[in-house]
Design a protein around this ligand. Structure first.
Ligand SMILES: [Zn+2]
Length: 324
């Protein structure tokens, strides 16, 4: 049936044809039947009026339904939006926490790497490849999500960081295992390498260029000074043989220990000797007492580490500085 035919049919039903009156052309009666004893109301209305009334009623109902659904939808949408907003806020906070944790982990990791480096330096082992460190061992990289959302991007970044730290941790774990084996193998070397503080006290002068307290001249200080009360115990910082226990003009009462491998340690300004020349000592053995002999302004220990006669920073040979 074509559209034209449908329209014609409708027109026939509503308006009628010459042979047959249509719905609009017909007359209708509205009869109201009240209680007994009252007159029955009988009103004649035209088909046109009925049609208009019906159309108005239908359009009123349709409009009402439309607005009612719209209102319900908006309410649901608003509720959903506020839920999503709260969810977003919560997730953002969580990501923030994760970002902070990752930040802390990163700094812990770099401390761990520094310790690794120092141990390798002290034991004369090759350092870890810096490139390898950047990427760690194996692993894969997450693909950035194709969503243009700040939250999604941040999540992805955190995921990446965590994965990287995980890989670095595995690498460091492997490195430390390897170091433990190497050091075990170098046990003898380790025993003869200075690794501890020679005494208790306060670091009063560091290694390097300083003004000499006597001459005022700016010159190198070949060791570190640790100040403390007279009589404080001084300990050998590694196994070795006492090469010298006597008086030196500047350093006063001095003990020099030979640890082999070209390493010697010097302990100056002592008030008492607890060892003699030629004696074998172990790390932590008491070798003397703190004092102020020689060129000294107060009770302190002057401690030197020499490698092949050259003074180096003794702090590099106090492992607790790095490993705590
Ligand atoms: Zn000194």
């Amino acid at each position: 049936m074509t559209v034209e035919k449908i329209v014609n049919k409708l027109a026939a039903i509503l308006g009628g044809t010459p042979e047959n009156r249509g719905l609009i052309s017909k007359k209708y009666s509205i009869i109201v039947v009240p209680d007994k004893n009252e007159r029955i109301i009988n009103k004649n209305v035209s088909g046109r009026l009925v049609l208009i009334t019906c159309l108005l009623a239908i359009s009123f109902v349709a409009t009402s339904l439309y607005f009612a659904f719209g209102f319900i939808n908006t309410t649901i949408d608003r509720k959903q939006m506020s839920n999503l907003g709260r969810e977003n806020e919560f997730l953002s906070g969580k990501i923030n926490e994760l970002e902070n944790t990752v930040h802390d982990l990163r700094s812990e990791m770099s401390t761990l790497m520094e310790k690794d480096d120092y141990i390798r330096m002290v034991f004369d082992l090759p350092p870890l490849d810096s490139e390898l460190r950047e990427v760690g061992i194996g692993g894969f990289t997450y693909e950035e999500p194709q969503i243009s959302s700040e939250l999604a991007h941040r999540t992805w970044m955190v995921e990446e960081d965590v994965e990287k730290i995980q890989r670095q941790l595995e690498l460091e774990n492997a490195s430390f295992k390897n170091l433990a084996l190497e050091i075990e193998g170098k046990r003898n070397v380790l025993d003869h390498t200075p690794t501890i503080r020679p005494t208790e006290g306060v670091l009063s002068r560091g290694f390097g260029m300083h003004n000499d307290p006597f001459t005022g001249i700016y010159q190198p200080h070949n060791g570190i000074d640790i100040a403390g009360p007279k009589g404080t115990s001084i300990y050998a910082t590694a196994d070795g043989i006492v090469r010298f226990a006597g008086y030196k003009t500047k350093l006063g009462n001095t003990v020099v220990i030979d640890h082999g491998n070209g390493i010697r340690t010097y302990y100056g300004h002592l008030s008492k000797f607890k060892v003699n020349k030629g004696q074998r000592v172990k790390r932590h053995d008491r070798i003397g007492e703190m004092g102020s002999s020689g060129y000294s302004t107060g009770s302190h220990l002057h401690y030197e580490v020499r490698i092949n006669r050259r003074a180096v920073n003794p702090y590099r040979y106090i492992l607790s500085t790095y490993i705590s």
